[in-house]
Design a binder for this molecule. Structure first.
Ligand code: ZN
Length: 239
């Protein structure tokens, strides 16, 4: 019935493959009864029995809770998705995500970003909104710094690569930004724009390059430090 037969001869520490989840068996003499929990680190279900000879009964018990276990494991795997009632960082402030009750694209009204759909569909609508906002911000600020540098016609696009914020191909006047910068703050995002624009003139990280960044942006050190300290957290969202 559950794809796993209860049989004698279970041992403490054993891990059973229980059709959709892993079940770890434990014996604890101080336990008063059979208990079941989920280990969030390993993703295993852990069933504990007071005595070795109760393990068979413990396995049976765990298998009757299969729906509960799978439901919780599913929640665990979608923890990185944008979901209604979540607060997300947005240009230095917070947006509250909500569900619009239809299948509409995301829209922002007074600090509340609402969209329709469920699960991944909802996530994608929120991400699409954030990407567009990132594109708008990046284009405006890239143009601003490019003008200051005395150049024009820079092409801006977005990408998503873990731990990378921007890249510049001076020969093609093409700059790409991580869309996740929209979840940092304005100063930080703006600094990355100045950084990449400065690469149009200096394709390296020489002293002359950093002097150019400072000329375009001002003191860039706090923004750079922010990315080092908080940047990784921005990669916690996504499929
Ligand atoms: Zn650089």
């Amino acid at each position: 019935m559950f794809g796993l037969k209860t049989k004698p001869g279970y041992s403490a520490g054993q891990v059973l493959d229980a059709d959709g989840f892993q079940l770890r068996l434990k014996v604890n003499a101080r336990a008063k009864r059979i208990s079941l929990r989920l280990d969030n680190k390993t993703g295993e279900a852990v069933v504990t029995a007071p005595r070795l000879r109760d393990l068979g009964q413990a396995v049976e018990f765990a298998l009757t809770r299969r729906d509960w276990i799978l439901g919780h494991l599913e929640k665990r795997t979608v923890a990185g998705l944008f979901q209604p009632d979540m607060d997300i960082p947005y240009l230095g402030s917070q947006l509250r995500l909500s569900h619009s009750g239809d299948r509409a694209a995301a829209r922002l009204v007074g600090g509340v970003l609402s969209a329709g759909g469920d699960g991944e569909a909802y996530h994608r609508r929120i991400e699409r909104f954030l990407r567009q906002a990132a594109k708008d911000f990046a284009e405006t600020h890239t143009e601003l710094y490019a003008q200051k540098l005395g150049t024009a016609g820079v092409t801006v696009s977005l990408f998503d690569a873990k731990g990378r914020w921007g890249s510049c191909t001076p020969g093609r006047k093409a700059i790409r930004y991580s869309w996740r910068l929209i979840m940092s703050d304005e100063t930080v995002f703006s600094y990355v724009c100045a950084h990449e624009v400065a690469h149009l003139k200096h394709p390296d990280h020489s002293d002359r390059f950093w002097a150019e960044v400072e000329h375009l942006f001002g003191d860039y050190r706090p923004a750079r430090q922010w990315l080092k300290t908080h940047g990784t957290a921005l990669f916690g969202y996504g499929i």
